[in-house]
Design a binder for this molecule. Structure first.
Ligand code: ADP
Ligand code: ZN
Ligand code: MG
Length: 619
């Protein structure tokens, strides 16, 4: 749980040339003429020509014998005062002229910048031309090469998709629509055109869409929403047109639009108003969907993890009127997915897929597939015949935390990390309402992780934490920093606790604003899932409480954090001898398993009974 190195962003601010101020001239003149001086000169007959520039409020004075070097005189703002000069000039036979108001400097500035802009655009166009089309059909981006893929046979069947039984059942019907449309059309039923798959990434939405095509034996057209969105207005729309044209030629078939939220977002929302290109693309998509009859045998399947941001026009009947949830799998689902992906892998008999499924709550199908693959790679690297629980264990760590790096040399830094992690591990063991320690290690991992202390997961697909559990969790989060400060002093604490502190903030704030677990009472002060989001109006994201309430919330959050921190420090302080001993051991062997850890702790103090039951200590 040691933190990553903070990235420091240096923002280079481009110097932007500003136009010269209009009143400023940089020509030096022999002796500045004043208004009175000019009047005198006119009356003396020294002036040959006078150019009045009323916009700038100056007059250019051409003296006799110096036609090249006019002098500039500031005029009064009031026109009536300047009439005096004009009168005098007229009666003395001075040539009078009105000058164009544009400052020559400003004009020069404008010209150079226009030229620059022109060069830039020309350069850009040239680059585009070259990359867009080497074969001479330059600039015809309206007829873009289609970006969609077509698979005649996906080769994926429903058997390859596990753990999302409800979704599969609902989509079974779509297969029938494609295979036997007569069955429905005979009784006058209209076949639905669109199905929207909704769910977090990696849960198998793409796989499911392919399986439908595979089961029905129809071609599979796919495109990602982000590929519609291009720099040029009209490109996306023409891609939509191309896609539907091809699909119609190949009907019956499936069109799969991944990440449809990239194009289908609520129109006219977000920062800076709408996006013309996206809106045109979306309009085209809507038109195409309306344009074909449901019975032509094209079914459009779209996937998103943000259904809330989609334009309501997309969800109307006749478009994506069917929504199918594809959720993170529960225990049974994970087991099913593991079974699918273990089919072609060699496992030792000790590996229990049930135990893996229990230990991986929160894993999506893609994570599980990835984890099994990592285990297979590790097994091959270790020159073993079959995947053993050891590789599974390492693969889970690798997928959840990161790749292992070379251990640190015995140094002050290593000891500091050891104290930090022992702080977490000890509190995890000494507090009653936490999950038991699985292991603590200071083998560094990719992503700037110096080490971690990991609890044994409890098999809970439904998370229902008590206040005591949340408080203990926050205290465990603070254990790392508490150990650093107790041992090395306040000046030596590190930013390694960054992510811990972030965790504290998240949990403590949720306790106050969402779970009603503070002195403020059972009040919902924030909606859950309050992401900053651009797809909807920003205004609706404003907090629903007063400034004064905000202050109170902050105070409550702080109180929780401070109380937990002093508890963490107390426990570390009172067990200092034990902490030192554990650190020595950890520095020496770099990893301490939960069982061993508890045995050592038990020699010094009593370990309280846990109120949560770990599912399985090891795979
Ligand atoms: P999504 O489109 O929802 O982001 P994918 O369908 O692309 O997820 O899933 C990626 C990979 O993860 C799949 O190719 C498959 O190997 C695996 N996978 C995900 N969900 C499942 C599942 N329910 N059953 C079997 N494999 C799955
Ligand atoms: Zn930490
Ligand atoms: Mg996908």
């Amino acid at each position: 749980m040691a933190g990553a190195v903070t990235a420091i962003w240096l923002v280079l601010q481009a110097a932007i040339a500003s136009p010269p101020a209009l009143s400023q001239t940089n020509q030096t003149r022999p002796e500045p003429l004043t208004y009175t001086g000019l009047l005198e000169k006119i009356e003396d007959g020294d002036v040959s020509r006078l150019e009045v520039d009323s916009a700038r409020g100056v007059a250019q004075v051409y003296l006799k014998g110096q036609p090249e070097a006019p002098q500039e005189v500031a005029l009064f703002a009031n026109q009536a005062d300047n009439d005096l000069i004009i009168e005098a000039a007229r009666s003395n036979g001075v040539e009078l002229a009105a000058q164009s108001s544009a400052d020559s400097n400003a004009v020069a500035w404008l010209i150079t910048h226009a030229l620059l802009a022109f060069l830039l655009i020309a350069g850009l166009l040239m680059i585009l031309r070259r990359s867009a089309n080497a074969s001479g059909q330059a600039m015809s981006f309206g007829k873009s090469r289609a970006r969609f893929q077509m698979e005649a046979k996906t080769g994926v069947l429903f058997d390859d998709v596990a753990g999302i039984e409800e979704a599969k059942e609902e989509l079974q019907e779509v297969v029938t629509f494609l295979k036997k449309p007569e069955k429905f059309t005979a009784i006058g039923a209209k076949i639905p055109k669109g199905v929207l798959l909704v769910g977090p990434p990696g849960t198998g939405k793409t796989l499911l869409a392919k399986a439908i095509a595979g089961e029905a034996g129809v071609p599979f057209f796919s495109i990602s929403g982000s590929e519609f969105v291009e720099m040029f207005v009209g490109v996306g729309a023409s891609r939509v047109r191309d896609l539907f044209k091809k699909a119609k030629e190949n009907a019956p078939c499936i069109i799969f639009i991944d990440e449809i939220d990239a194009v289908g977002r609520q129109r006219g929302a977000g920062i800076g108003g709408g996006n013309d290109e996206r809106e045109q693309t979306l309009n085209q998509l809507l038109t195409e969907m309306d344009g074909f009859e449901g019975n032509t045998g094209i079914i459009i399947i779209a996937a998103t993890n943000r259904p809330d941001v989609l334009d309501s026009a997309l969800l109307r009947p006749g478009r994506f009127d069917r929504q199918v949830m594809v959720d993170l799998p529960g225990y049974k689902g994970r087991l099913g997915i593991l079974q699918v992906h273990a089919r072609n892998k060699k496992l030792t008999p000790e590996v229990s897929l049930e135990a893996i499924a229990r230990r991986t709550p929160g894993f999506a199908g893609a994570d599980l597939a990835n984890m099994l693959n990592e285990a297979a790679i590790l097994t091959a690297r270790r020159c073993k015949e079959a995947i053993s629980p050891l590789e599974i264990d390492d693969a889970i760590d690798r997928v959840t935390i990161g790749m292992t790096l070379a251990p640190l040399m015995d140094s002050r830094k290593k000891r500091l990390i050891a104290y930090h992690e022992i702080g977490h591990a000890l509190l995890m063991t000494l507090l009653p309402h936490t999950d038991a320690l699985d292991k603590v290690t200071i083998i560094p991992r990719s992503g700037g992780i110096g080490g971690f202390a990991k609890p044994i997961p409890t098999d809970e697909d439904i998370v229902l934490e008590t206040r005591a559990q949340l408080i203990d969790r926050i205290t465990v989060f603070l254990g790392g920093r508490a150990a650093e400060e107790e041992v090395f002093g306040y000046d030596e604490v590190t930013q390694g606790a960054q992510s811990d502190i972030q965790g504290v903030a998240n949990y403590a704030r949720s306790m106050v604003t969402r779970y009603g677990m503070s002195d403020l009472g059972p009040m919902a002060l924030e909606r859950s899932g309050g992401e900053v989001f651009l797809g909807r109006d920003l205004m609706s994201q404003a907090p629903e409480y007063s400034e004064e309430m905000a202050t109170q919330i902050d105070r409550q959050v702080r109180e929780i954090a401070v109380r937990c921190y002093s508890e963490a420090r107390r426990l570390i302080r009172e067990n200092r001898q034990l902490v030192d001993k554990l650190v020595d051991l950890l520095v020496d062997q770099e990893i301490i398993e939960g069982e061993e850890f508890r045995k050592l702790v038990a020699e010094y103090t009593t370990i309280p009974e846990k109120d949560s039951v770990p599912v399985a200590a090891k795979v």
